[in-house]
Design a protein around this ligand. Sequence first.
Ligand code: AGP
Length: 608
Amino acid sequence: MCGIVGYVGDKNAQDFLISGLKRLEYRGYDSAGIVTLAEDGVATLLRAKGKITNLEEKLAHARREDRIGIGHTRWATHGEPSETNAHPHQAGPIYLVHNGIIENYKELKQQLKEHEFKSETDSEVLAALIDSFYKDGAHPLVNAVVQALKLVKGTYGIAVVSVKQPDEIVVARSGSPLVIGVGHGETMIASDASALVGHTKQAIYLNDGEVATVKSDSVEIKTLKAEPVSAKVEEIETNLSAIQKGGYDHFLLKEIMEQPESLIETLRGRVNEREGTVRLGGPGLSEAQLRKIKHLIIVGCGTAYHAGLLASYYIEKFTPEITIEPVVASEYRYRQVYIPKDSVALIVSQSGETADTLACLREIKKQGVTTIGIVNAIGSTIAREVDGGTYVHVGPEISVASTKAFTSQVVAMVIFGLTIAQAKGVRTSILRPYVKEIAHLPETIRKTLESVKDSVNGLAGKYAAYEHGIYLGRDTAYPTAMEGALKLKEISYVDANAYAFGELKHGPLALIDDRFFEIALLPKGELYDKAISNLQEVLARGGHVLAITNEESFDLPVDDVIRLDVDAELFAPLIMNLVLQLLAYYVTVAKGYDVDQPRNLAKSVTVE
Ligand code: AGP
């Protein structure tokens, strides 16, 4: 979604802003802009529709030596993607960039008769509102910002500069992240710490309801109620190599291929294969509290939801006396749900900023239910608001399509389930097979990726020619099929849907024709024969099937088979998902689409 950067210090602000915006490109955007201020207050505003390269073309004719400025990548909500709607927005002497949505912008706009609105955005209304309190510099900028924000309903992360005070940036947040990077003689701001990597390791994460005045050598934070806040400086853990492609053509392929390493980070210190046990410090629940859990709610969106659904299939297999309810956050937040006593909610999010997931977290907390985060982004809003949590530690995930986070989210949740089972006294002999397979998963993933990468690439051209895809699975392979279909549709724009094999006869079988291909996930195990019978029905109707299986005896006359020789029976679907990730990637490459930044999508969905 939208990205914010800002700089005040002794270096060239335009350079920082452009490089910072490029770091935020992965979040998804449709226009970009920067404004810098000279010492005498002359502003240079540059905005362009489309990619940041368009902005750079304009910059080539407007180079300045300014030492302060703010920039933005916009993902349109109010008003089409255009130069006029791009940020920064100007109102009198001030310039503003804004992430989020001002819900009462229409009412506010009616009161701002003196401002001549140029854009269709809610953000320009906020700029004009601040200007109305600023009175051409008669009041400190921060006071004007605070007065304006008190009238605002909605979400925001903002950065504001004024030509009257060209040595400070005022930033504020409510529901949209903002981090302040503290350097030597320079201070930077960003909506995402990745824009700060390589410039400083020291960061201050602003909390909701806080506003900060940022200068080259100071950061002053207070609440909207004017209470001073003492800043907590934290370390940025990300390094430069984590946000570069490292020799791969796309971040997506890099992130798929680095799953052995990212899963090792998820497992570090948490799995004891010899004893057949697991340990998680982050949730902070005592044995007694774990023992009492009777109901587990798992909340997420998109891939995070699929991870929760898949984890629930596993956890219920080995945890007695527990019901598990995986839910889609955008729905759950508005349902009138009774949450039983002794419930715990797992809040699953790669970015830790997803608006719907965050809203659910807040609703659930209001009901007094313990919330545990399964989050990747360190210091993110969800990570900070949950009662306890487990970071998945997969490092920055840049590509919009989530891959390595999914694998680690599933495993982290299964480990959480295992801690409940341990506390409830489930025999180690029942849990040990899960622990053992989990301990070996990084190696299994490494071998699988190496062995299937080229063959999947070889099939991509053929499957790219179909208009529709149907992904089929049973039991743990069903959520896997859902995730595979989501991956394909979001980056290759092929209409793909998943069905439980058993549901075929209840409708989807009618679809089968030459425009469709079918992916059959066929893990060994109890339900293998049932899945084979369902697959026969597809083949009998002329289906074009790509089968993915670890069952040696598989011999049906399908179009293609990917055979997996994996050292994982319980987690075979998670391994099959690697094939689905690679298939989505190579089909998209074959179609020539933008792999890492698919149209219409954003990495971090911070608006409802
Ligand atoms: C996955 O490929 C998607 N781009 C999307 O579904 C994503 O998983 C979802 O928006 C949730 O994001 P989060 O994990 O950052 O909360």
